[in-house]
Ligand binder design. Structure first.
Ligand code: ZN
Ligand code: ZN
Length: 350
């Protein structure tokens, strides 16, 4: 059994110029800006059949097709597309891909309302802290995609279509019908956003792909009790390889220690201090969202934002008055740097 160690993730540059990486035998991943897609060969890929897991951001179909053709040859097409969940950054290229590939798209039945244009997701929560990604999350699309008739309900019995070696695990919390995929033979886990391997709330972390196991992206997670049970389920599988929706794969001891730590310290490490879904979850069923709790303010975040706004205003007034800033200390860029560093520290709790 070939188990890749941390930092042995092999980056592959294809003949067509796209970069992707090997996760474990028959599993490859590609980072599309800040989210991952995976290609999984069926049954060790002997017959050349394979499945696409998730579809990244809108406009990335070309890159996904190039990656597939680099692995399986010109004209390669999957047996199916499996969506771990329907968030905009995991389904973006599905429609473009379906123009090229006539294949079914599978998702858990509790995720179908958001893939068939029936229900919007509960609104993302910009008050959860952790960085600029959270703060900007109010702009993230929550509207249902309508992928039409090709979307099918995945059987809820643990069997994954077209991937006989894999089992399906329902991991709600981040979204109602999120699923993870697990291959027992080498304990490879595709965890989706049940846990991720970077701090997805922070733009800095996302840009540098800081390698750290974290709970589900806070701004989109709508049920923290369910999210905790889901990571407990995944820990019980004792994975040796974890490939998540965000961040590079994590392996071996680093994975087991970090996942154990996350589960045992879930309230401190994963659940935000403030947030509309912290005290009460959003509720959803097969028809989509049924109840969304009221918004909650984050006083620390509001105070930090007010200080930035006030200091920026002072700097602008100085500029407009035509005063020369004393030793440049009131220049906008100087202030921005001085203010943003501590604010960044506040927003990125260690
Ligand atoms: Zn998500
Ligand atoms: Zn995600």
């Amino acid at each position: 059994m070939e188990i890749l160690k941390n930092n042995e993730r092999s980056q592959i540059k294809s003949r067509t110029g796209v970069e992707y990486y090997k996760v474990s035998p028959g599993v490859w991943g590609m980072k599309i800006v800040f989210v991952n897609i995976y290609i999984v060969a069926s049954d060790t890929g002997q017959d050349g059949s394979w499945v696409l897991i998730d579809a990244g951001l809108k406009g990335s179909a070309d890159r996904i097709i190039k990656m597939a053709e680099d692995i399986f040859g010109k004209g390669a097409r999957p047996s199916s597309i499996i969506l771990t969940h329907g968030h905009f950054d995991h389904v973006g290229a599905v429609k473009e891909l379906l123009k090229v590939w006539t294949v079914p798209v599978y998702a858990h039945y509790l995720e179908l309302p958001y893939l068939k244009g029936i229900s919007s997701y509960p609104p993302p929560d910009p008050m959860v802290g952790g960085g600029l990604m959270s703060l900007l999350s109010f702009t993230f699309p929550k509207k249902a995609s309508d992928l039409g008739v090709r979307v099918r309900r995945i059987a809820a019995n643990g069997i994954v279509p077209d991937l006989p070696d894999w089992q399906l695990i329902h991991t709600p919390g981040h979204s109602p019908g999120q699923i993870a995929l697990f291959r027992e033979s080498d304990r490879t886990l595709i965890s989706a956003d049940a846990f991720v391997t970077t701090k997805q709330e922070s733009v800095f972390s996302v840009m540098t792909q800081k390698h750290v196991l974290s709970g589900p992206p806070k701004y989109f997670t709508i049920d923290w009790d369910a999210a905790k049970s889901s990571v407990q389920k995944l820990l019980a599988l004792n994975p040796l390889v974890a490939a998540s929706g965000h961040g590079y794969p994590m392996y071996g001891e680093e994975l087991s220690l970090s996942l154990n730590y996350l589960v045992n310290n879930f309230e401190k490490e994963a659940v935000p201090k403030y947030g509309r879904y912290v005290k009460e979850p959003a509720r959803a069923n097969k028809n989509g969202v049924q109840y969304v709790p009221k918004r909650v303010n984050n006083p620390e975040l509001i105070a930090a934002t007010a200080i930035i706004a006030a200091l920026t205003a002072i700097a602008i007034i100085y500029r407009l008055n035509g005063r020369k800033p004393i030793k440049n200390q009131l220049s906008v860029s100087y202030l921005a740097k001085k203010i943003l560093n501590p604010v960044k520290a506040i927003l990125q709790p260690s």
